[in-house]
Design a binder for this molecule. Sequence first.
Ligand code: NDP
Length: 322
Amino acid sequence: MKAIVVRQYGGPEQLEPAEIDIPTLGPGEAVVEVRAAGVNYIDIYHRTGLYPADLPFVAGMEGAGVVTAIGPGVADVAVGDRVAWAMTRGSYAQYAIVPAWRLVRLPEEISFDLAAAAMLQGMTAHYLTHSTYPLQPGDTALVHAAAGGTGLLVVQMAKMRGARVIGTTSTPEKAALARQHGCDEVILYTEQDFAAEVKRLTGGRGVEVVYDSVGAATFDKSLDSLRVRGMMVSFGNASGPVPPFSPLVLSQKGSLFLTRPTLAHYAATREEMLARGRDVLDWVASGRLKVQIHRIYPLAEAAQAHRDLEGRKTTGKLLLRP
Ligand code: NDP
């Protein structure tokens, strides 16, 4: 089969189109013929080695397609089912082996493209807004990179929960898109001091929660944007990982809470994963949740997709077509 293989850590050029065997199917696993693969920032961290993975590996943590075979003991899905998954590597390929418990069956109205676009970032937005800091009406949330794949979904789910949402983006075009998806206010954080703007927009008080996927570049000012006893949710490193940090700072800046969550721990069981995955797919099917697909690249152009994502050239979701 055709696949994108990473043999050593490095830049986008390490995403090598290759012809390899379909991996062997084991107990509890299913083979999925991949119709669309989601591109996520985590794929960049695996490629660079920021999140170490055993080399060589087939890239990609999200996909949608059709089950073509099941291993011993699989009861959750059957051959022919239309499914999607997140958080198992190997989706940048024509076929992927996925633990069956991670597969969600698709409602009929959902295309493979929409499913591959919604699963990982949708379940992430779901746990951030419903579980890590469960937003309530009256809360104000600051969402960085609000026009990104995850950002647009966090903004929409925060609005569903009744919160006021302040977004940040690097350009006016991205700001307009964030507003179309529900942002009440957008700050151009490449031009303005976003902490000062947040204080101004909240009457000096600060926000209840910051959802920060940008990392190193925004961390300190995100803490400065919080109200007393607010929660800093540092969930990504698009600008680089946050350097070591003293907990005493949390006291000095207002008895703040800090968490560094990952989807793996918020979709850790089949029940939890299905609950989040079904909510996301149902909301997409009903039109309650809009999924913005930036571009669908041929599988062989995975390196270009990474360049565009890292280069801040994209909004919404990038997909690969095997
Ligand atoms: P995005 O579509 O959000 O793309 C990244 C965006 O980050 C860019 O478009 C850009 O928006 C912004 N950004 C700010 N600074 C930089 C920089 N120096 N270099 C590149 N981009 C920058 O990507 P994803 O939605 O795939 O992922 C967003 C983040 O969320 C990632 O850090 C990812 O790891 C994290 N994430 C974490 C999960 C978890 O469970 N912990 C799960 C899913 C995602 P702008 O131009 O507006 O600044």
